[in-house]
Each structure stands twice: as C-alpha cells, then as structure tokens.
Unconditional design. Structure first.
Length: 248
C-alpha cells in the first residue's frame, strides 16, 4: 500500500482534471494572519479530536485516541511545531498528500440489488485531517430552512417522516385528498457538481478556508481493495466523500 501511495502523481494526468484543478479560490495571507489562523487551527483541531470517538481509521493512519493524547499533553515546543505545520499549509495552500487519501469500505444497502448497486461506499479518513477540516467547516453557521432535515443535530430524517405522517393523518381526518411524492437521489454524495457545492456553501468563508475546503474534495483520492488484496487508487470529478465532516 505504501509503495502504491508513493507512486501517486502530484499533478493530474487527465486534461479534464487539470481544468478542474485550475478553478481554485485565489487567496493571499500576511504572516500575521497566517499565525492567527494556525493558532485557531490548533485549538479547533484539538477540540474536535474529542468530539467523537470509536471511528475506524485507514491502515496508514494513527487512531484518533493517539492524537488526543498528543494534543492534550503537548508542551509549548510541541504546540509550536503543530502551529508551524498548520501555518505551512495556510501559506502554501496545500494539504498533505496522505490527507487526500481515503480507504474505501463498501457496506450493504439492503436494497435487494446486486453488485455495486447494492453497496454504499464509506470513506475512512485520517482523524487528524478530519478534525482539521471539520474545524474549518464549523466556523460558519448555516441558515437552515424549516424543511431541512437529515445529518443535522436535532433534525433527523425520522422527524421529517413523523411530520409527514402527522400531516397525512390530519388531512385525511379533514376529508381532504392527499398526494405524497418522494424523490431519492441516486449516489447523492458523489454526484453533486463541485461548482454547486462551492457556490452554495463556501462563498461565506474566509478565502483561505475556502481554498482548503476546496482541496478536500477536489484533490480527494480513494484506495479500494478487492478480495484478492489488489489495490486501486481512484479519483472522481464530482461530489464529496461520505464519512467526511463537510459531507454531513
């Protein structure tokens, strides 16, 4: 696996991907602003490493609990090293190559379909990278409409279903005709266009944060193994990764 990762190209081989890579947010940061952002990154990453526990990690990554111990017991010198690491990413507008890589795990959908149609691809990600990206994503509080449910705290999809059932009961009791139309987007996470993602959600962010969040999905790579332990590295031209912070 590590030999495969070392052979990854740093630039896209396909001209279509090269065009997609040319559409990044332009930013510029002074040294003082870079230092401020790096300090914020340290604090938010440390906090979000404790947000959730028990998630699986890819085989090349340290478990979340290891990072929790390191951040909780970091001396002034160690904190300085971490902040320099975050500052380097901010200044260069680059993320570590291993942070771009996920380990794809297929789980059954239980939809009575065979092969790929019956599987859902979840992405195991480096927990430090996930905490860093989630810290950027949580900086902005999105204004949610009354009809927004699912993957939102306090607004589960079960609540939406109960609301519809209650409305259905009341309308039928009043003797009114009811028609319910349900839509399901096939492979919703990887299907949405990148420009739609960025136009709808990222425009409110600091330009440097926008650039980092763009990198997260535009540079995403996924390692998938088959039953003979052969590995392939894949890259998509749309969507985001189910299992990542912004994807929820």
């Amino acid at each position: 696996l590590f030999l495969k990762l070392k052979q990854l190209p740093l630039a896209p081989c396909d001209p279509d991907f090269a065009d997609l890579d040319s559409d990044f947010v332009v930013f510029s940061c002074s040294d003082s602003e870079v230092s401020r952002l790096a300090s914020e990154d340290f604090e938010s990453t440390k906090k979000l490493l404790h947000k959730r526990a028990g998630f699986a990690v890819p085989p090349w990554a340290c478990p979340r609990e290891i990072w929790q111990v390191i951040f909780d017991n970091s001396s002034a010198t160690l904190r300085n090293h971490f902040e320099r690491f975050f500052a380097l990413m901010r200044k260069t507008g680059s993320l570590p190559l291993l942070w771009a890589m996920s380990f794809g795990c297929a789980i059954p959908k239980y939809n009575k379909k065979s092969n790929i149609k019956g599987l859902r691809l979840l992405h195991l990600l480096d927990p430090l990278s996930k905490a860093f990206i989630s810290g950027l994503w949580r900086k902005y509080n999105f204004k949610l409409g009354h009809t927004a449910f699912g993957c939102i705290r306090g607004r589960s999809r079960e609540e939406a279903a109960i609301t519809i059932r209650a409305l259905q009961f009341r309308l039928l009791q009043a003797g009114l005709t009811l028609l319910i139309v349900l839509y399901d987007i096939t492979n919703a996470f990887p299907s949405i266009r990148w420009k739609a993602l960025e136009h709808c959600f990222l425009k409110e962010f600091h330009p440097n944060d926008q650039h980092m969040l763009q990198l997260r999905h535009r540079k995403a790579l996924c390692a998938i193994t088959d039953n003979q332990e052969r590995i392939g590295i894949f890259r998509t031209g749309s969507g985001n990764r189910q299992g990542d912070g912004p994807a929820a």
